[in-house]
Write a protein that binds this ligand. Structure first.
Ligand code: PEP
Length: 245
């Protein structure tokens, strides 16, 4: 049976009480998940501690690379680990484009996450302009190479989320056929660089209406979902589609 990864990025959509409520409602609805489905929730940093009591697989949406010190407002990978986060999104397009995170920053974050034994979920993807210019493979390839630069892969599961910037939060999802093409290229590159087969998720406007086309593809190991994962009915809908595959 195909292993399916369902990752829910709650972004900054839900406050502390809202996160707690959604976690409770979800746990009532889904009770147990089949073994082949791995669901991880990425709540806001403030809510991780609470959400993990209900939905134990939680991750950080972002980390800072220094363990501790005078970095007002930042939270380190080490601190998230201490709180119980097992995963961390690194290089999400909203971080890259709204907070000017560079490939070098992403590299430092990858290293920090790995150093505390959390699993990084590296997010990569091209903008609409880059796609129009035919630069998708170059942009994504460079993001991957830079993210893992000087990092000796430790044999852990490598997770990459292909999230075209133009598809995130826009309602214009990349078709499964197009996503598959990029997933194949990412897989080839990672095989060449690290001799391992990565887990590759698709992200960008996934909804219950289109989730089946991604989840049923052999090239797509799962989905990273933002908006739709914050709405009980939509997320349960996506989970049910995964169960049916
Ligand atoms: C995301 O935040 O990673 C994402 C894919 O968002 P959305 O599903 O809302 O497009």
């Amino acid at each position: 049976m195909k292993k399916i990864y369902l990752f829910a990025n709650w972004k900054m959509y839900l406050g502390y009480r809202e996160s707690q409520k959604l976690a409770m409602d979800l746990s009532k609805k889904i009770k147990t998940l089949p073994k082949n489905i791995e669901m991880v929730v990425f709540p806001s940093g403030l809510s991780i501690d609470k959400v993990k009591n209900t939905l134990p697989k939680v991750g950080a949406q972002n980390v800072y690379w220094v363990d501790k010190g005078g970095y007002t407002g930042e939270i380190s990978a080490k601190m998230y680990k201490d709180m119980g986060a097992k995963y961390a999104l690194v290089g999400h397009s909203e971080r890259r484009h709204q907070f000017n995170e560079s490939n070098e920053d992403v590299n430092k974050k990858m290293e920090a996450v790995l150093s505390v034994n959390m699993t990084p979920v590296l997010c990569v993807g091209e903008t609409a302009v880059e796609r129009k210019k035919g630069l998708t493979d170059n942009v994504v390839g460079l993001q991957i190479k830079k993210a893992y630069e000087n990092i000796s892969w430790n044999g852990k599961k490598m997770i990459i989320a292909y999230e075209p910037v133009w598809a995130i939060g826009s309602g214009h999802a990349c078709s499964a056929v197009e996503a598959e093409k990029e997933h194949m290229k990412i897989r080839e590159l990672v095989n060449k660089l690290f001799k391992i087969d990565p887990v590759i998720l698709y992200g960008g406007s996934v909804r219950p209406e289109n989730a089946h086309e991604y989840l049923s593809s052999h090239q797509i190991d799962g989905v990273l979902v933002g908006g739709a994962s914050t709405i009980l009915k939509s997320w349960v809908g996506i989970i049910n589609i995964a169960k049916s595959i």
